[in-house]
Design a protein around this ligand. Structure first.
Ligand code: F6R
Length: 251
């Protein structure tokens, strides 16, 4: 069941379960690919999109979507982790999605966490997105502190792909994926908020009560760099796909 409302220019689609919300996100991604089979997807990692990626794999296996000509750009990557490190975002994408669909691995891009010249790798990433024609659909999650990608509170609205320091809160949150908190990298490369806002369509998925406050601030709070997700309200085509728990604090 969906409730669609228009609030401060973020469309909100609420589903009773995380499973249904995830399937909706998969449908939207597949829809974008079917509309433009040689288009460009912006993809996210983390706990949130895993079920959506599984649903997308299911749609691929059922012959409902063909990824052979698409290009993908991921939001972010930890600095210092090689691509085959179990916690690198490149490894996550390979495991959770790319290996199970017919995307050409040469057309999947994740920032290079081992780049010797990070600034140059970042401007090259921006150039590659531009040369690909820009991102058609960007998938996002949201941090408890309102971060999008690794744009932590205080990130500039016009920021571009760059090196960032992770906040203590984000390091603590992501420690669940590592053996110990000491192993969580302290820095990452992330697309900027300006980069994200240039995508033609943005779909933000948030699941669970833990995200309810961040979601409510995104939709109802002030538009401020202190809550990066609120800056999405400056974009014309954003949909927040939520389960009921993440939508709990919405008016
Ligand atoms: C992931 C990313 C992050 C996550 C956010 C939520 O590529 O950029 O912004 O979307 O931290 O993470 P989860 O889904 O693990 O709650």
């Amino acid at each position: 069941m969906t409730v669609e409302t228009e609030s401060n220019s973020i469309n909100v689609a609420i589903f009773s379960t995380a499973e249904e919300a995830s399937r909706e996100v998969a449908r939207r991604i597949a829809g974008a690919v079917n509309r433009r089979p040689d288009g460009v997807l912006g993809l996210a990692t983390g706990g949130t999109p895993v079920t959506a990626y599984q649903a997308l794999i299911g749609m691929y296996r059922d012959g409902k979507v063909d990824f052979s000509n698409i290009r993908t750009f991921n939001l972010d990557e930890y600095i210092g982790l090689p691509p085959d490190h179990p916690q690198s975002f490149r490894h996550f994408m390979d495991q959770q999605l790319f290996q199970s669909i017919n995307v050409d691995p040469e057309r999947t891009f994740v920032p290079d966490g081992l780049a010797s010249d990070v600034a140059q790798a970042c401007s090259q990433y921006e150039a590659m997105i531009r040369d690909a024609g820009g991102i058609d659909l960007q998938l996002l999650g949201i941090g408890h502190n309102g971060h999008i990608a690794f744009n932590e509170p205080g990130s500039a609205a016009d920021s571009r792909t760059r090196q960032v320091a992770l906040t203590d809160e984000t390091i603590e949150n992501n420690a669940r994926f590592f053996e110990s908190i000491d192993q969580v990298p302290r820095h990452a490369i992330t697309m900027g908020i300006g980069t994200i806002l240039e995508a033609r369509e943005i779909v933000l998925l948030a699941l669970g009560e833990g995200k309810a406050e961040a979601v409510a601030k995104m939709v109802h709070g002030p538009i401020t760099e202190q809550h990066p997700a609120s800056l999405l309200r400056r974009h014309r085509n954003v949909t927040a796909v939520l389960d009921a728990a993440a939508a709990r604090r919405l008016a």
